[in-house]
Design a binder for this molecule. Structure first.
Ligand code: NDP
Length: 339
């Protein structure tokens, strides 16, 4: 049983030295338990938070413990009446080949699923995040302008495509020309800006002549700063993630930056802006069925396109994860564990 554990807590951006590959025996399922083999492991930005011991909405991974993660896993042996060997399930095996479960955290994959790994992306947690954050908090109306960054990623690609289905003008922000081209040509965005090129604020203002009604926040940092002045009266800002900040290290000797809070509060008041954060399963766990039904239809009808960035081999998960935080993924990052 290969398992990748947290070797130490990273300071700043994670490196390969923060992970360790270990080998151990395959665990034995007890009464009422199943033995699962990981087929696909989802890599997601939230894992950076679990590597840290800073207080957050979920407990940290202990140093020496297996990294957490959602998986598509196959039942190898079952002492549980509900699960049969050979079945594929949505599980939380983490970054390892085998795990034992008592069944409480297992979910069946959607019926007739052609690509099981899609249950970790468009038809799973990231798709659900895009769907609820955009529709419930963003409340996009036909003709409105929606902006989303990390626009070709697991969440962002769905945000933009759903906003198009709702009749909005959609402007994406992504890293590099190839991603921007894909967002416009394949995903149907109206425009997409490369955040690595100069003058993002100026280019965004040009791309949003009527201002911004919904800003779906995935990133923070300079993207947020470019967006803020363009938010219209009654704009909505679902705060989903702040990936630009996850590996930031506060330094005591950093140059003081201007305190933007008073001006932001004034803008929120005078422009009646609504900002709301959410943690998908905490905030919307009871609406999963609605999402699964609707997204399943859209994908089957070809109305939502999906791109995966598949990495072969569990042992390559650390490098792939480091790449995810640097924008090296093009689409939803998934590891095929048993390549
Ligand atoms: P993605 O597939 O979008 O991958 C991450 C992307 O972030 C990279 O590809 C890169 O895209 C972009 N990125 C990284 N650093 C920066 C930076 N400094 N500035 C701008 N862009 C950057 O990941 P997900 O779709 O899985 O996650 C997107 C966001 O959603 C994350 O913030 C994540 O934490 C959040 N999230 C929140 C959930 C919730 O419940 N609130 C649930 C799931 C995800 P590019 O090259 O285009 O810049």
């Amino acid at each position: 049983n290969r398992r990748i554990v947290l070797a130490r807590r990273p300071v700043g951006a994670p490196t390969l030295l923060d992970f360790r590959l270990e080998y151990g025996p395959v665990p034995e399922p007890g009464d009422g338990e199943v033995l699962l083999r990981t087929r696909y492991l989802s890599l997601d930005p939230y894992m950076r938070g679990r590597m840290s011991d800073a207080k957050s909405y979920a407990p940290s991974v202990a140093v020496g413990a297996v990294m957490v993660g959602g998986t598509v896993a196959e039942v190898v042996r079952s002492n549980h009446a509900d699960f049969q060997p050979g079945e594929l399930l949505l599980a939380n095996n983490g970054w390892q080949d085998y795990a034992v479960s008592n069944g409480k955290d297992l979910m069946r994959l959607p019926d007739n699923l052609q690509h099981p790994s899609w249950a970790l992306g468009v038809l799973g947690m990231p798709g659900f995040t895009a769907y609820m954050g955009l529709l419930d908090i963003g409340n996009p109306q036909p003709g409105e302008t929606v902006v989303v960054a990390a626009a070709t990623g697991a969440v962002g690609a769905n945000v933009g495509q759903i906003a198009k289905l709702k009749g909005c003008r959609v402007v994406g922000i992504a890293g590099g020309a190839a991603k921007c081209q894909y967002a416009v040509r394949d995903l149907g965005f109206d425009a997409c800006l490369d955040h690595r090129e100069p003058d993002l604020a100026g280019r965004l203002a040009t791309a949003c002549p009527d201002g911004i009604d919904v800003y779906y926040e995935n990133v923070g940092g300079k993207v947020f700063e470019a967006v803020w002045p363009l938010l219209n009266r009654h704009a909505r800002v679902p705060v989903c993630g702040l990936i630009a900040q996850y590996s930031q290290v506060p330094t005591a000797d950093a140059a003081p930056t201007p305190d933007l809070r008073p001006q932001m509060l004034r803008d929120i008041l005078t422009r009646s802006i609504r900002i709301q954060g959410f943690i998908i399963f905490d905030s919307y766990g009871n609406r999963y069925g609605e999402f699964a039904q609707q997204m399943g239809e859209w994908v089957a009808q070809g109305k939502i396109k999906y791109r995966e960035h598949l990495v072969d081999g569990l042992e390559n998960a650390p490098q792939a994860f480091i790449g995810l935080l640097e924008g090296k993924n093009f689409g939803k990052m998934v590891v095929k564990a048993d390549a």
